[in-house]
Design a protein around this ligand. Sequence first.
Ligand SMILES: [Zn+2]
Length: 259
Amino acid sequence: MPEGHTIHRLALDLKKTLGSEVVRASSPQGRFPEATALDGMVLGDAQAVGKHLLLFFGSEGACVHVHLGLFGRFRPVRAPFPEPRPTVRLRLVGSRACWDLVGPTICELVGEDAVTKLRARLGADPITSSPRPRTTWPRVHASKRSIGALLLDQSIFAGIGNVYRAELLFLLGVHPETRGNELSRKELEKLWSLARSLLARGVQANRIVTVEGATRRTRKRDALYVYRQRACRTCAGGIGSFMCGGRTIYYCPRCQPAR
Ligand SMILES: [Zn+2]
């Protein structure tokens, strides 16, 4: 599933290529008939909140809320723009660019109330929130759940997914089963600032790279420390895995000892 960096990058790219101009909107698949209402409106803004994408049209607060889920893709189409495939849920065409949205879990037209509710049910997004985990700390500190599970809880950490959580905990030397209430404020602050810098790096590279010195051209297995890796890059020991928060987590038993 795309993590927060993908959605932030998408918002930036959509804004850059379609923003502030009249956009033709259509739903070739027919499953988003509300596209007709947006056709001919100006795309005013594109924002990411965790893994959710918000596209604001016109001046009345009309917003398209998109969640890509596991299989959704929102990609630019190269000129000359071909006829859309019948699976395209939403096509947006501007004077310079064309984008096709395929297979999202959510694609809905919403108003300001729904946007406010969405923001309220999501936790702070490390990319856009304050440099210190002010609202996140009380939630983590009060919790007996493991930090591995808490990191996937979008109402606490918006935008972190399975790859980033494994990499973050490895870099901090924290065992995934460490409970939220066992972490010190200092540890959470370190986690938060690392999440901010890794996600920002992900937005820039448009993919997840956590290994120091790795770039967007680095082979996948050399770009990550523990996620789906076999041996630890630090101690050469075997990488372990188990189910944590409903997903498989990868960690190094030596570098991330249990407390
Ligand atoms: Zn290790």
